[in-house]
Write a protein that binds this ligand. Structure first.
Ligand code: UDP
Length: 320
């Protein structure tokens, strides 16, 4: 039996594919390459270029490749873009996942790991954020992800499709081999923006220094993509008859300014920055509690420090 990775040529998907292959799983990737990179594909994973909305193709893959579980990354994930063009997000995230789930339902595939996000919480009621914090997204991106989580809930109740929804906090870093890394176009994420600025001798913008935090800049919880990938494998291996939702972060908040300082140490270069207005839709502080996945699945992150996360990203960025 094989595992189908939807969006397996993207940043997080390709890291999960790599870890699964290291563990000798039989892997099939479907990706429409709208955001994915052909060069991130592994030779040991069979690749289908196509869209998860193409029911004929998905059903053919399920049969030909004997798929018994799915890990689903295929989505758009830019908060700002989702505010300007929510239709694009409902179409590509909600409708495409609905189509995928229908294909699974009709073809008796009963296991799915879904990449969700901390954006489902909106402004959290308390820090660190546990999974029972009320969900209240403040942007269409988060809204599409919680809509899909709810769809999964009802597809479980009615059709017995079991799922794990993983709510990611700020994912960064790269595999230690240096062969794959974070490359979005346009890039909006802090750590790759800083590293590209160092590489190309540019100035970054810090969005707001008047937040209610010790240095005035936003606080986030950064998690290494390889630790995140390991959580997907645990979720796949331990998913039984009970669907689950888990947060994934490091239980540690770092301000934008602290990330800038850590990047200066890692790269040995001064980072030029200017203070810009706040970015719409940015909560001041997001820190995860990941106790639930640690307690229930035995997940243990290995690359917790900002230095480890940033140096692995730098290892990739300086060569690309
Ligand atoms: N940020 C920034 N300058 C940038 C990109 C991001 O100051 O060029 C800040 C952003 O406002 C947020 C933090 O860095 O407080 C992390 O943003 P990112 O887009 O990496 O992740 P998000 O928290 O939005 O998922």
């Amino acid at each position: 039996m094989s595992i189908l990775i939807c969006g397996g040529a993207g940043y997080i998907g390709s890291h999960v594919v790599l870890e699964l292959i290291k563990k000798n799983y039989d892997i099939v990737v479907i990706d429409n390459l709208s955001n994915g990179h052909k060069e991130f594909l592994q030779k040991d994973a069979r690749f289908y270029e196509g869209d998860i909305r193409d029911e004929k193709l998905v059903e053919k893959i399920i049969h030909d490749e004997k798929i018994d579980s799915v890990v689903h990354f295929a989505a758009f994930s830019l908060v700002g873009e989702s505010m300007i063009n929510p239709a694009k997000y409902y179409d590509n995230n909600v409708l495409a996942t609905f189509s995928l789930l229908n294909s699974l339902r009709k073809n008796n595939v009963k296991k799915i790991i879904f990449s969700s996000t901390a954006a489902v919480y909106g402004e959290p009621q308390s820090i660190p954020i546990t999974e029972d914090n009320p969900v209240n997204p403040i942007n269409p991106y988060g809204e599409t992800k919680i809509t899909i989580e709810k769809m999964l809930h009802w597809f479980d109740k009615a059709y017995g499709i079991k799922y794990v929804a993983l709510r990611y906090f700020n994912v960064a870093g790269a595999d230690e081999s240096g062969q794959i890394g974070e490359a979005h176009n346009p890039e909006t994420h802090l750590i790759p923006i800083i590293l590209k600025a160092v590489r190309d001798n540019k100035t970054i913008k810090i969005f707001g220094n008047d937040y209610p935090t010790p240095d005035g800049t936003c606080i986030r919880d950064y998690i290494h993509v390889t630790d995140l990938a390991a959580a997907h494998i645990l979720a796949l291996e331990k998913l039984s008859d009970q669907s689950k939702i888990y947060n994934l972060g490091n239980n540690k908040g770092l301000s934008v300014m602290e990330i800038v300082k850590a990047a200066e140490i890692v790269t040995g270069k001064k980072i030029n920055y200017e203070i810009a207005p706040r970015r719409v839709g940015d909560p001041a502080i997001l820190i995860a509690s990941s106790e639930k996945i640690k307690n229930e699945l035995g997940w243990q992150p290995k690359f917790c420090t900002p230095e480890k996360i940033i140096s692995s990203a730098w290892n990739w960025h300086k060569n690309h």
